[in-house]
Design a protein around this ligand. Structure first.
Ligand SMILES: NC(=O)c1ccc[n+]([C@@H]2O[C@H](COP(=O)([O-])OP(=O)(O)OC[C@H]3O[C@@H](n4cnc5c(N)ncnc54)[C@H](O)[C@@H]3O)[C@@H](O)[C@H]2O)c1
Length: 434
């Protein structure tokens, strides 16, 4: 693609690095910032922020004649613009988008028809729709949240692990794809709402990791354990610990180990008078999710609910501390009749497995442990996909029930063909009102 001149609006960390890097690649760039001193520095090849490689990229862009910087925001010469203005947090905790909308106003006033607007600033949810309404109809819009880190901004931008963009406009999509052609294999298109929330979730995740490691330090130091050694070993397990394992919405956690060991580390923190609010909130968060699932079921006002798969994890025959079993009890408490089906549990013979273990775990004669999925769902007003084994999941799809199905982990939906999905009644994937 031959690139139009690209306007980069805001020359702070994200904008200066973006402008210099694109210009160094040979893409014509005009950088805009309302701070004259920043524009002046960039024109003279001086990096406005202290970032490795930035001066070199600036020098290359200026030498190639592909980089210009201006303080008056006028997009009339630009076929596209990348908005990189600040979105600080306001007193109410919301991101302040005044600078962003000021940039959109300037774009509306000066950009030619067909101009592509790419918002790279971090934005609050709902911003794409608001920006779309705010922009002239002949302008195109995309979101492209930036994940770079200060201190390695150029390298992060030029060799990203992940690039995400979202747009409802195919011309805008083609422009963003061309911009990221060198990283095409890491480029992911998503919908605008996902792009908006992803950036916030990403940063919440990083913040959570920092706090987790610090709490580990606070609970290990009192007993003379080296927290650095603990975290180094934790990170050495790339299969379970630093991977996508466990990082998927679904049922609350359960089983013979997680619940008791989380309780144990909480008790350890309390014994040593360590303030560890994160560790202390894990079981509460788990319980909140169980209540959420119960409420989603209750929104369907069922007389009878069937739960398929009651092991503590998918396909497991072990029902100790199982979340689906806890959901059975929560629904019984709410006056709902519950039937359960789980071939893996029924086929297991040795205690603590098998039907006896299941009936003991359910602990209530009102909960009926059915011999098959077919028996369990007959007469149910709503079905919950808990942790089914493959066989039970297949049976459920083949039976094509005509009542709402709460697919707690999205397992069923992911495995379905469009035809199978159409044959089922509304599948509610961890969302209210779907
Ligand atoms: N700093 C980071 O590490 C980082 C990483 C990823 C994403 N982000 C996000 O990217 C956005 C930009 O962050 P930053 O750190 O580069 O901000 P920054 O405050 O360093 O820079 C913003 C620049 O925009 C200029 N500006 C604001 N409104 C303008 C307008 N209407 N016209 C012209 N110039 C204008 C300001 O003068 C300033 O120089 C924010 O939403 C931020 O959350 C930042």
């Amino acid at each position: 693609m031959s690139f139009p001149t690209v306007g980069v609006i805001g020359l702070g960390y994200v904008g200066s690095v973006t402008a210099a890097s694109l210009a160094a690649r040979g893409i014509p760039v005009i950088g805009f910032d309302r701070r004259a001193e920043v524009v002046d520095a960039m024109r003279r090849g001086l990096a406005p922020v202290d970032e490795p490689l930035l001066s070199e990229r600036l020098a290359r862009g200026l030498a190639r004649g592909t980089l210009e910087c201006r303080s008056v925001l006028d997009l009339s010469e630009c076929g596209a613009s990348l908005i990189c203005v600040g979105t600080p947090v306001g007193e109410d905790g919301q991101l302040v988008t005044d600078d962003l909308f000021a940039a959109l106003d300037s774009i509306n006033a000066t950009a030619p028809a067909g101009h592509v607007v790419v918002i790279r600033s971090t934005v609050p949810t709902g911003l794409y729709a608001r920006a779309r309404t705010h922009l002239r109809e002949d302008l195109r819009l995309a979101l492209n949240p930036e994940f770079l880190r200060e201190g390695s901004a150029v390298a992060d931008l030029e060799e990203p692990e992940l690039v995400v963009y979202a747009t409802e406009d195919e011309e805008a999509a083609r422009f963003v794809e061309a911009l990221y052609a060198p990283s095409a294999d890491r480029l992911h298109r998503t919908d605008p709402s996902t792009a908006e929330v992803l950036k916030l979730v990403n940063n919440a995740w990083h913040a959570l990791k920092v706090c987790f490691a610090n709490e580990v330090a606070r609970v290990t130091i009192p007993v003379g354990v080296d927290p650095f050694a603990v975290m180094r070993l934790l990170c050495a397990d790339r299969k379970l610990n630093t991977s996508s394992a466990y990082l998927r919405p679904g049922m609350p956690f359960g089983g013979a180990c997680l619940v008791k060991d989380v309780a144990s580390i909480q008790a350890h923190a309390a014994t040593h008078a360590v303030d560890a609010p994160l560790l202390g909130s894990i079981l509460r968060s788990n319980d909140a999710h169980l209540r959420y699932l119960r409420d989603v079921v209750l929104e369907h006002a069922p007389k009878t609910c069937a739960i398929v798969g009651v092991g503590f994890k998918p396909g497991a025959a072990d029902v100790r501390d199982s979340a689906p079993v806890r959901l059975v009890r929560a629904l019984l408490d709410a006056g709902v009749h519950v039937t359960v089906a789980d071939s893996a549990v029924l086929e297991a013979r040795l205690p603590p497995l098998g039907l006896a273990a299941l009936e003991a775990a359910l602990g209530d004669p009102r909960a009926y442990a059915a011999p098959t999925v077919e028996h369990a769902i007959a007469g149910a007003d709503v079905i919950v996909v808990g942790h089914p084994c493959e066989e039970d999941r297949r049976t459920l799809v083949d039976l094509a029930p005509s009542v709402p199905i709460l697919d707690s982990a999205g397992e069923l939906s992911r495995a379905l063909s469009p035809d199978e999905r159409a044959s089922l009644a509304p599948v509610v994937v961890l969302a209210r009102g779907c």
